[in-house]
Design a protein around this ligand. Structure first.
Ligand SMILES: C[S@@+](CC[C@H](N)C(=O)[O-])C[C@H]1O[C@@H](n2cnc3c(N)ncnc32)[C@H](O)[C@@H]1O
Length: 239
């Protein structure tokens, strides 16, 4: 409704009419920005990040030790706390990765969110939600009343706009895909379509992380859930 008033359209019906009659443009983008839920925080739900630290990253390091290359994608990055949490784990816990080629891309449908990701600037309130103090001290610079992720971390991630329900940009075969708390917004057919595309992108021994309320069950039987506590971690079944 705020958008209806802002655009002087009088009713939601008029807004929908405009959306249907016009080619995709500013109004469509404004609707996307108004409708998306961007709730996120550093190390949200903690268990997935514990699993990444204790199980998944050590496993991938062992498997890729010859090539020394990791390809990671965060498919609904929101304001960036999720991908920066993962980058902090990589930097802080696995110094050996310093010499590796890490390709880390993160995407979202919302341009406003991607701009926030790129800036890496967070309020004290956002910092207080889940970021351990030692990591704040190590990886953030104070910026007035806010905090900014240090350049060394920001430059590790390439951010780009991607609507998961449309065509995805080219990506190399991936070792790790984070797609947490976004499948919930799609209908069953689109969930199946997205998981099918994830399956093709993921290396046969790669890992997928979904949100706590999400599953591949009854959507794509090619995935199996890993037995790590509340991690939402999946891999492809063998063969
Ligand atoms: C609830 S947040 C989840 C953020 C993060 N993954 C986490 O779990 O903390 C959902 C994000 O999905 C994005 N989103 C919604 N629909 C999308 C779509 N069709 N394609 C890509 N991103 C989408 C929203 O813009 C929002 O940033």
């Amino acid at each position: 409704m705020p958008l209806v008033h802002q655009e002087k359209l009088e009713s939601l019906e008029n807004l929908v009419k405009q959306l249907k009659s016009k080619p995709k443009g500013k109004l469509h983008i404004a609707v996307i920005e108004a409708m998306t839920t961007n709730e996120t925080s550093f190390f949200k739900d903690i268990h997935p990040f514990e699993t990444l630290k204790k199980e998944i990253i050590p496993d991938l390091i062992e498997k890729r030790k010859d090539k020394k290359e990791l390809n990671i994608w965060c498919g609904a990055s929101s304001s960036g706390q999720e991908c920066y949490s993962l980058v902090m784990i990589l930097k802080n816990e696995f110094p050996a990765l310093e010499t590796w080629k890490i390709s880390f891309s993160a995407s979202d449908i919302s341009n406003q969110m991607l701009n926030r990701c790129r800036s890496g600037i967070y309020s004290q309130l956002e910092i207080n939600r889940g970021l351990p103090a030692p990591l704040m001290v190590k990886y953030f610079n104070r910026l007035g009343t806010e905090w900014q992720v240090k350049d060394e971390l920001r430059k590790m991630i390439q951010f780009r706009i991607t609507n998961l329900s449309e065509k995805w940009p080219f990506m190399p075969p991936l070792d790790l895909i984070m797609m947490r708390n976004v499948l919930i917004y799609f209908d069953v057919d689109m969930k199946k379509d997205i998981l099918g595309r994830v399956r093709k992108l993921l290396k046969p021994d790669g890992y997928l992380f979904l949100g706590a309320a999400e599953t591949t069950l009854n959507l794509d039987e090619n995935f199996e859930r890993m037995p790590y506590k509340q991690s939402g971690c999946y891999r492809l079944k063998k063969g």
